[in-house]
Design a protein around this ligand. Structure first.
Ligand code: SF4
Length: 366
């Protein structure tokens, strides 16, 4: 895999999808037979992945099966949930205890680990010894919104590799600079983003948006820049991405990225039942819309709602396979709606593209 590549696999069968991505990437080329490989999911709290906060254990299962089938058996799963949450409980509820038993892999609660002080540009950070000891760190973050930093994905997921004392300090320091600096001190080798369910705007879940995809990258800055666009932001609106790019963690330049989609999303049932999401979905008329497309639209509408201008959207926005080849009055989303009076191209378009399109057509300032 090249540093400028992003590989995307659409769907919701994470185990199969992870193996398909790895088959393209072939990480074994960069590994020795006894390499210590760490899997770092996001288990911020003890909630199932469908709630939008934590990494689907099926994604980790796909990675483990792929690696074990290639003869790599020196694996471990590492995590420290957020301050106040019990990581062991999260391992149990999120399905990782079962996973560890099934594949005979150690689970390490990093809250119990030793911490080593590392310094970058004068900022000292306590990092878990086990995370630093890994020869190959596979980051398995969740694609989701965040109330303070707008989004959270690959760069921020490494926060689960520091002490609780350090996590509190990060918050006092405003999060952005320490997150970027942490990524100078702890290198991730491969990222596979769980973008199947991710919360609309809070990292602890509760308002899951189905985005139906997993995304692989080697560059965490590029991965997060892409994640930002998928959630309706530009990289410039997420300060830690900007800082990480400036200090050379990676590149935020999506115009130079090679985006490879292994497949297309399939139509799926959508149930946006929470009050918050229902309000956004009330602006949409969907006919067999893919989850990936609908999820992007929901994220774009969320940004418009945040700006207090949701009422400017008059009429229903059309989306879905059901509109393909038909003449549609009003606004459409995605290439299926090319028969609309106006539509945003893409299959699926990103939330950022949808946001720009809606802003232009409804005179919205975001
Ligand atoms: S444009 Fe149509 S086919 Fe493409 S993602 Fe959207 S709904 Fe699915």
């Amino acid at each position: 895999m090249q540093k400028n590549q992003l590989l995307i696999n659409y769907g919701d069968q994470a185990r199969k999808m992870a193996k398909e991505l790895l088959n393209e990437i072939k990480p074994e080329r960069k590994l020795k037979s006894d390499s210590l490989i760490a899997l770092k999911p996001n288990l911020i709290n003890a909630t199932k992945s469908e709630k939008g906060a934590t990494t689907d254990p099926e994604l980790a299962a796909g990675v483990i099966e792929y690696l074990q089938n290639k003869g790599f058996n020196n694996l471990m799963i590492i995590e420290s949930s957020w301050v106040g949450a019990d990581t062991d409980k999260a391992f149990e509820v999120c399905g990782y205890q079962e996973l560890a038993q099934k594949y005979d892999i150690p689970l390490y609660n990093l809250k119990d680990d030793n911490f080593i002080k590392k310094t970058y540009q004068g900022l000292e950070i306590e990092i878990a010894e086990k995370a630093l000891a890994a020869d190959y760190l596979i980051n398995l973050p969740v694609l989701k919104g965040h109330c303070q930093t707008n989004i959270t994905c690959a760069l921020k997921n490494l926060k689960g590799c520091i002490s609780d004392r350090e996590k509190r300090k990060f918050h006092r320091q405003g999060l952005h600079q320490p997150i970027a600096y942490l990524n100078k001190l702890l290198k991730q080798d491969l990222i596979i983003i769980d973008g199947i369910y991710g919360d609309l705007d809070f990292e602890e879940g509760g308002n899951p948006v189905k985005m139906n995809r997993i995304i692989a990258a080697e560059d965490p800055v590029l991965a997060d820049s892409y994640a930002a666009e998928l959630l309706g932001y530009s990289a410039a609106e997420v300060e830690y991405i900007e800082i990480a790019a400036q200090i050379g963690v990676g590149s935020e330049d999506l115009s130079r990225a090679e985006i490879i989609e292994l497949n297309q999303d399939q139509a799926a049932e959508i149930d946006y039942s929470s009050r918050k999401l229902k309000k956004l979905a009330a602006k949409v008329k969907a006919k067999d819309a893919c989850s990936a497309c609908y999820g992007s639209l929901i994220h774009a509408l969320k940004r418009i709602e945040e700006s207090g201008q949701l009422d400017k959207i008059a009429g229903m926005i059309k989306i879905g396979h059901g509109y393909q080849g038909k003449k549609i009055s009003g606004i459409g989303i995605g290439s299926c709606c090319s028969g609309a009076d106006k539509f945003v191209n893409g299959c699926p378009p990103s939330a950022r593209d949808i946001l720009d399109f809606l802003a232009e057509n409804y005179n919205i300032r975001v």
